[in-house]
Design a protein around this ligand. Sequence first.
Ligand code: F6R
Length: 642
Amino acid sequence: MCGIFGYVGQKDAVPILLKGLSRLEYRGYDSAGIAVLDNSAHLIVRKKKGKVKELAASLNQHRNAPHGTIGLGHTRWATHGAPNDSNAHPHLDCSEKIAVIHNGIIENYVELKEALKAEGHQFRSNTDSEVLAHLVEKFYKKTGTVKEALKLAVAKARGSYAVGVIHEDEPGRITATRVDSPLVVGVGKHENFIASDVSAILEHTREAVAIENGEIVVLDGDSYQLSGANGRVVKRAPRHVQWNVEEAEKQGYAHFMLKEIFEQPGIIEGLIQKRLCKTGMRFEELKIKKSRLAQVKNVHIVACGTSYHAGLVGKYILETLTPLTVSVDNSSEFRYRDPKVDRSSLVILISQSGETADTLAALREAKKRGAVVLAIVNVLGSTIEREADGVIYTYAGPEIAVASTKAYTAQLAALYSLAFHLGLEVFPPKNPKRKAELFDLLAEFKKIPGAMSEFLAEYRIDRANWDANCAEYNRRYHKSLERYFKTAPAKRKRAPNAFFMYLGRNINYPSALEGALKLKEIAYISAEGYAAGEMKHGPIALIDENPWVVCIAVDSPTYEKMISNIEEIKARSGLITAIVTKGNEAVKKLGLYLYIEVPKTSELFSPLVIALPLQLIAYHVAKEFKEEIDQPRNLAKSVTVE
Ligand code: F6R
């Protein structure tokens, strides 16, 4: 969904822009570009299809990096116009004195473009964004300042945007604004920044100002001036960002994804320690009063992708630990189905980025209907956090790999904590036995980070086997492909199907969905998660010796039913990997392809531990197939378009 970055100060802008962009690449990486006002205040643009490192290599190779102390940068996730050099940002106006970067979508760009063309403007790209450059050009002629021109330009545009502008005639100044796409200002010493996300500015400053919808900011090296949509000056001091730059580095791991997988026990431990109190779980940041929560009769969880899967697990958690009933929706569907949400509803939005457009729209819909709205977010200061009535932070630190891992388990931990808070403090059980049961579960929750660490410690020792098993799977698959192609076309039967099936039951049905999503995202192999009981209702038709079937068969009340499913798959030559509880010798006698042992926990907390092998299966398969693990094709981390 594109990353934007801008620098104004006293240093050479290009290396700073390139580094900032590489931190924002999780938002999109099909092309990248920079615009710099050089030391004679001439605007110079360099842009290129491909990743930021390709742009950097080309600047190096051609020795044509511009030198100046102010510039803009952009890394793109294509919406309008193919990923190529000319559609890459920054875009210029006709005079080539104004450069614009844009994240979002200008929905009415076709009509704007036609009108601008009729006025004589020359377009060079197929993007929606370029209209902004020409609109600023047009209005600058009337108003004489970029700020006023940008204000008039965005007033013509419909859609979502974060925009940054520099102009040869206003050297030393960046002007920027946003509506529904994120934008922060980083405040440094004799240097200031704009960025889509704080992770891009951390090595320069940890003081950040979030820009609100409709506000315009003008910054030079020494100051920033904010004004509201009504033109009034807005005074907003920077907030200190808790994240640090080390958290945004790989720290010796081969991939960010692996590093983030390993961070999980520490994050969950930290979250529990932060919130645990004598009476259960407390949140400093929640903001919603206990008396308001006590009026809640029903809960609706709304989220997308991995966060949605966390929400599905959350339904089981909340329904187990509290007296409330819970529904879960994809954000992109929620507002189309007339949800029965009113003052008696608690709507929980889950979002790592806090910027997902559909989740934001769902939040607004829920507020309109009078619900109390709680956001579970990772990125502090994000739009979803700001618009919700209350917030629970997941404190997972910057998640750089596009495929979410640590944010997911941190979301689960937030949901367990919330459920304990509601179950023990907001709706305290009348029955002392039930209360004692909840405290026993809370005591077990505290031990879960230990179980996660134990699993990862054993994985470290066993790592070579994970690679070997994936290589063996690859070999088997390619052998069956070879057999297929060696067969005369007329005699060929079905082509072998590289397919992963993930089966789970009860609270681990969503774990199965999440396991499949991780694999699809980074290994590009078809994968589906099913409730194991559904297998016989269709998916079993897919089973032969090719698909890799991952069965979540940890100790639980449904364990025996899962074993029956395993037998059914085995009877059809399925290649089974069973995730089992450590010490389960019986399942080992079944002679399956692979066993992954996880420490024993009660079923309620098992999704936290099971997430680890599921993430690692995806990681190792993607590695075996030599895919780009941290930046999978076509994806972007923050989906700010609907
Ligand atoms: C999957 C993944 C996505 C996000 C989804 C929601 O690995 O990262 O499915 O979970 O785009 O994003 P947030 O949580 O930022 O709202």
